[in-house]
Ligand binder design. Structure first.
Ligand SMILES: Nc1ncnc2c1ncn2[C@@H]1O[C@H](COP(=O)(O)OP(=O)(O)OP(=O)(O)O)[C@@H](O)[C@H]1O
Length: 329
């Protein structure tokens, strides 16, 4: 082992022991709880840390977008949450399922009953020679649902997602947006608690994207599924209440949107950006804030009555530091 590898191993061990030493109450009420998640890939002797201690909590009933640049770790996180991949270290739980400790058989049951998937490539979601209704009935048949109940569920889902008219069409007879909406119905067919959608609008024009995002919202609000959309398209944020940004394999910030109705009845969407505070108390300051105030290396902190002030580390008088700048006496 080289010294770098030894140091990495030590860092990994410390992350893992930290995750394991913590009391089991982290995110106890969350449906999805990721804690200090690490995923290291080894490819031809080169080590890539795709997830670097990622913490994430998602509550039951949420509709969340996870956004990040290419290579930030989104697909890796999705592979872990969907039970396709096992992280190198950390903890990950979805409902009652401990994804670090599942057997191969449990993994199959988890994927069949607990979660549903919508992939970017429309062709990956649907069987080409089956109609939309048959595609939705197929996973139900695998789960042992009887014929009449299957038909009823398929028709209900198609109606709920606004594509009842596609019931007897095969994928090649539908637009990309219609195929993705059928894919959402397929994902929902066995009433999973969570639907994961990986770049579901990646191959679509903006009108079709809006319809697919509306269908995911219907899956969430009307059909009660918790929905997690993974995307590099920041436009998706406008369709969800919570957007979590991933950077360098960690959650870095999040935006929450809510609709405020003023005294005249006019509705206004208010978006508030938050930095993530991890379990060790670390906060990542947004890059634009750092650049405006030229923050680097070191900052001074001051505990105020209702907030913490962060000051550039410049000599007194040279920066914004004033009363309460955190200088010790
Ligand atoms: N199987 C693998 N073997 C080696 N490295 C991998 C593997 N899968 C992903 N990586 C690396 O891990 C990092 C995170 O990749 P990941 O695919 O999770 O990012 P992403 O945010 O989903 O990117 P994109 O939006 O381009 O799909 C990248 O540096 C990637 O090259």
């Amino acid at each position: 082992m080289t010294s770098t590898q030894t140091a990495d191993r030590a860092a990994l061990d410390s992350l893992e022991s930290r995750a394991r030493a913590r009391p089991g109450d982290y995110g106890a009420n969350a449906l999805i709880a990721c804690e200090s998640l690490v995923r290291i890939y080894q490819a031809e002797g080169i080590e890539v840390q795709a997830l670097q201690g990622l913490d994430l909590l998602i509550d039951p009933g949420e509709l969340v977008a996870i956004v990040g640049a290419s290579g930030s770790g989104k697909s890796t996180l999705l592979s872990v949450l969907s039970g396709l991949d096992v992280p190198t270290a950390g903890r990950v739980r979805v409902g009652e399922w401990d994804l670090m400790a599942m057997t191969a058989r449990e993994r199959v049951t988890y994927r069949r009953t607990m979660v549903g998937f919508v992939w970017q490539q429309t062709a990956r979601n649907l069987v080409p020679y089956l109609t939309a209704a048959e595609n939705i009935a197929f996973p139900q048949a695998l789960a042992g649902v009887r014929g009449a109940a299957r038909k009823r569920r398929s028709a209900e889902l198609l109606e709920a997602l606004g594509i009842g008219y596609c019931a007897d069409r095969r994928p090649a007879q539908m637009s990309g947006g219609e195929q993705q909406r059928v894919a959402i119905a397929v994902a929902l067919s066995n009433s999973p608690q969570v639907v994961f959608a990986d770049e579901p609008t990646g191959e679509l024009d903006s009108a079709s994207s809006d319809q697919v995002l509306d269908a995911l919202r219907a899956a969430n609000r009307e059909l009660g599924a918790t929905v997690v959309i993974v995307t590099h398209d920041s436009g998706v944020s406008e369709h969800v209440e919570r957007t979590v940004a991933i950077r360098d394999g960690r959650t870095s910030s999040e935006v929450r949107r809510r609709t405020h109705t003023d005294e005249h009845g006019a509705e206004q969407v208010i978006a508030q950006e938050y930095a993530m505070l991890d379990r060790a108390g670390r906060v990542q300051l947004p890059r634009d804030y750092r650049e405006v105030l030229e923050l680097s290396d070191r900052v001074r902190l001051a505990l105020e009555e209702s907030h913490i002030a962060v000051w550039p580390d410049r000599p007194s008088g040279a920066g914004a530091a004033g009363a309460g700048s955190g200088e010790s006496t």
